[in-house]
Design a protein around this ligand. Structure first.
Ligand code: PLP
Ligand code: NAG
Ligand code: NAG
Length: 322
C-alpha cells in the first residue's frame, strides 16, 4: 500500500470507517477545528457532526468546489485538518488536491484525502500534496465484496500518531481479512483498468439515453470538475451515478428489473452493484436527502468486471420496463 500511494508508512485497520475515526482521534486536538465537504460518505459526516463536538472540536462544512469558503474557514479558525473525499460520494465531485494542499499548508492545517473512490491506481493524493490518504479497503483494494478493512498512509511522523492511538483502542484487522486483502491486491491494477474502461463507456452510453435525466461521472466533459479530474487522475474509476427520467416508483422498477448487478450499498468489487440511495443509504432521512441533493430518481452504479455489452443490455432491458 505504501508503494502504491508513494507513502513512507501505512497502517491497516479493521474498516474504512475506523480508519477515519482513528485518524481524526489521533491528529485533531481537543478544541480544534476541522473542515469537510457536503458531499461525502454519510457515516463520516454523522461521526464528525455527532462525536467531534464532544471533544470541543468545531467544524465547517463547505461545498466541494467552494474554494472561497475553504479560504474563509482557514482565515477565521485555527484549522487543524481539512478532510475530504475526492471523488466524493455519491456525486463524484473532485477537489483540486494541489490547490487545497497549498491553501491548508499556508495556514498550518493538515490535508487528509479519502481516496476510496479513486483507488491508488487512479490517483496518488500524497504526490499531489496531501499529508494523509485514507482508503476503505472494503472497496477497490480488496475488490471482491467479501471483506471489510481500511488503511491510512502518509509521512511516518503522522501515521505513527495514528498507530499509537490504534494500538491502545483496537480496531485490529483480522488475519483472514488481511489475507483476503493481500490476495485481492494482486489484481488491483487489472480490475481498476477494466472498471475505468467499462464505467467510461457506460457513462457515455447513459448520457445519450432518453430515459436518463443526468449522469455524474468525472470522465465526462459535462462533469463540473472534469478539468480537475483530468489533471490529477489517470482514470475515473468504476462508479457512475445517474438520475432516471422518472419518479420514485419508476426508479424502483428500474432497479428491480436489472438482473446482473446486486442490490447493495458498496462499490469497487468484481460484481457490479446498483443502489437507490433514497431507499438505501438515505432511507431514514428525507430532510438529509433534500439538504444533500439526493433525489428519489438517483442511482449509484458500481461497475464490476463483467463484460460491457452484458451490462449495457441489462440496463437497456430494465429501462425498457419503465
Ligand atoms: C465505504 C466508505 C467508507 C467506510 O468504509 P468501511 O470499510 O465500509 O468502513 C469511508 N469512506 C468512503 C468514501 C467509503 O466509500
Ligand atoms: C492552533 O492549534 C494548534 C494545535 O492544533 C496549537 O498548537 C496552536 O497554538 C494554535 N494556534 C493559535 C494561534 O491558537
Ligand atoms: C490507471 C488506469 O488503468 N487508467 C485507465 C482507466 O481507464 C481509461 C479508459 O477509460 C484508460 O485510458 C486508463 O489508462
Amino acid at each position: 500500500m505504501s508503494a502504491l500511494e508513494k507513502a513512507e508508512s501505512t497502517v491497516f485497520v479493521a474498516s474504512g470507517m475506523y480508519a477515519s475515526v482513528a485518524m481524526l482521534s489521533a491528529l485533531v486536538p481537543a478544541g480544534g477545528h476541522v473542515v469537510t465537504t457536503t458531499d461525502c460518505y454519510r457515516k463520516t459526516r454523522i461521526y464528525m457532526e455527532t462525536e467531534l463536538p464532544k471533544r470541543g472540536i468545531t467544524m465547517t462544512v463547505i461545498r466541494p468546489a467552494d474554494m472561497d469558503a475553504l479560504q474563509h474557514a482557514l482565515d477565521n479558525n485555527n484549522v487543524s485538518l481539512f478532510f475530504t473525499e475526492t471523488p466524493t460520494n455519491p456525486f463524484l465531485r473532485c477537489i483540486d488536491v494541489d490547490l487545497v494542499s497549498k491553501m491548508c499548508h499556508s495556514k498550518g492545517a493538515l490535508l487528509c484525502i479519502d481516496s476510496t473512490f479513486a483507488s491508488p491506481i487512479n490517483q496518488k493524493a500524497l504526490t499531489l500534496g496531501a499529508d494523509l490518504v485514507i482508503h476503505s479497503a472494503t472497496k477497490y483494494i480488496a475488490g471482491h465484496n467479501d471483506v471489510i478493512g481500511g488503511c491510512i498512509s502518509g509521512r511516518d511522523e503522522l501515521v505513527s500518531k495514528v498507530r499509537i492511538y490504534h494500538h491502545v483502542v483496537g480496531g485490529v484487522l483480522n488475519p483472514n481479512a488481511a489475507y483476503l486483502i493481500l490476495r485481492g491486491m494482486k489484481t488491483l491494477h487489472l480490475r481498476v483498468q477494466c472498471q475505468n474502461n467499462t464505467a467510461m463507456r457506460m457513462a457515455q452510453f447513459l448520457e445519450e439515453h432518453p430515459k436518463i435525466a443526468r449522469v455524474y461521472y468525472p470522465g465526462l466533459p459535462s462533469h463540473p470538475e472534469h478539468h480537475i479530474a483530468k489533471s490529477q487522475m489517470t482514470g475515473f474509476g468504476g462508479v457512475v451515478s445517474f438520475e432516471v427520467a422518472g419518479d420514485f416508483d419508476a426508479t424502483r422498477k428500474f432497479i428491480d428489473s436489472v438482473k446482473i448487478p446486486y442490490h447493495a450499498p458498496s462499490f469497487g468489487g468484481c460484481e457490479s452493484i446498483i443502489d437507490q440511495p433514497a431507499i438505501m443509504s438515505y432511507w431514514d432521512s428525507k430532510e438529509q436527502r433534500e439538504i444533500y441533493g439526493i433525489k428519489d430518481n438517483l442511482i449509484r452504479f458500481s461497475i464490476g468486471v463483467e463484460d460491457f455489452e452484458d451490462l449495457k443490455n441489462d440496463i437497456v432491458q430494465a429501462l425498457d420496463k419503465i
